[in-house]
Ligand binder design. Structure first.
Ligand code: ACO
Length: 311
């Protein structure tokens, strides 16, 4: 890329201007956005699976209606994000094929199983809580369509987080067995939630460039710390214990000390070796294959319309 063009581009970013799809952008900026927005979209779509697993087993009609709405919201988030990625010149089919072939990733968190109803509480509270922590700053990201998609997504994610906390509250105030279920869900989802923010800053290959371009607004460790600071008091309010004996308020830094997740486990999960990776990709592959007739039908219809217009 021409250095003068690059400098002018960086100056626009530094001035807080939004970059729009048809404007000039460095190839690296475009590629990084496609990677991040595409992975984000895949996460929303794959993220329906662990919760979809509980729709037929929700304990009441009300809980079922709420969970159904939440899972549908995640599908909507995936669709806005695929649309945002499409403005960068990549098709949804290409992105889906990259997911299915393992070329593109999706969030590590969705490779963990949801074993009990309490997991619906923990996922809403912790997983959606972590997602919001990351996505609220992304409303100010430099690429217009991505920033705008985040506004609605964040509103819906806040509802998701509250419904999760509400499930946890009911269980934590319920019978000793229910409270134990809530504690067990917290125990299993705590470290995987911390991993959602990505590797520690020293191992984050993309952070420096992505932050200079305002594709990312904070480092992985900054957001992880904010998440812990927000979540520990919420766990205390529930009367539950965060499964990390090192969690302790640190007056000097104005935040909690906590233990790092097991990064070896994280890297195994993102390589495809987590507890549910194979199952998740199988489910997406099946949905893709089962939908082929429908996509073909749409294409055939569009082709017919075009011929009719020409005639
Ligand atoms: N799960 C899977 N892969 C991850 C994760 C994670 N939790 N964290 C990091 N990675 C991958 C990165 O994608 C990158 O791999 P790649 O080069 O093959 O793409 C590698 O690990 C190195 O990490 P970083 O250099 O730190 O990557 P990056 O700068 O992209 O930061 C982050 C990762 C924070 C997830 C960033 O991409 C981001 O903010 N994405 C948007 C939010 C998002 O995707 N949320 C999805 C979960 S929330 C939800 O859907 C409900």
């Amino acid at each position: 890329d021409d250095p003068a063009l690059l400098a002018a581009f960086q100056a626009r970013i530094d001035a807080g201007e939004k970059i729009e799809p048809k404007e000039w952008m460095p190839e690296g900026y475009r590629k990084t956005l496609i990677r991040q927005i595409g992975q984000h979209a895949h996460s929303e779509i794959v993220g329906q699976l662990p919760e979809g697993n509980w729709i037929t087993r929700a304990p009441t009609l009300e809980r079922k209606a709420i969970l159904l709405a939440k899972v549908q919201d995640e599908a909507g988030h995936g669709l806005y994000l695929y649309c945002a990625a499409e403005t960068l010149g990549v098709s949804r089919d290409e992105l889906t094929e990259a997911l299915l072939s393992g070329k593109m990733k999706y969030s590590s968190i969705f490779n963990y199983p949801t074993l009990t109803w309490a997991d619906m509480g923990a996922v809403g509270w912790l997983v959606d809580g972590a997602a919001i922590m990351n996505q609220v700053p992304l409303q100010r990201t430099s690429f217009g369509p991505y920033a705008r998609a985040m506004v609605r997504i964040c509103k819906e994610e806040s509802f998701h987080q509250r419904q999760g906390y509400d499930i946890m509250m009911k269980l934590a105030q319920g019978t000793p067995e229910q409270k134990a279920m809530a504690q067990d869900a917290l125990n299993r989802f705590w470290y995987p939630s911390l991993m959602m923010f990505g590797p520690s800053d020293k191992d984050s290959v993309h952070s420096a460039q992505s932050m200079a371009w305002k594709i990312k607004m904070n480092t992985n460790d900054e957001l992880r710390q904010k998440f812990v600071d927000q979540t520990v008091p919420q766990a205390e309010y529930l009367g539950l214990t965060v499964p990390d004996p090192a969690v302790k308020w640190n007056e000097e830094k104005g935040g909690y000390d906590f233990s790092e997740p097991d990064w070896a486990e994280f890297f195994e999960v993102i390589k495809g070796n987590g507890p549910c990776n194979a199952e998740r990709i199988e489910a997406r592959q099946k949905a893709w294959d089962d939908g082929a007739w429908f996509r073909d039908g749409l294409m055939a219809h569009a082709a017919k319309q075009r011929t009719a217009k020409v005639a």
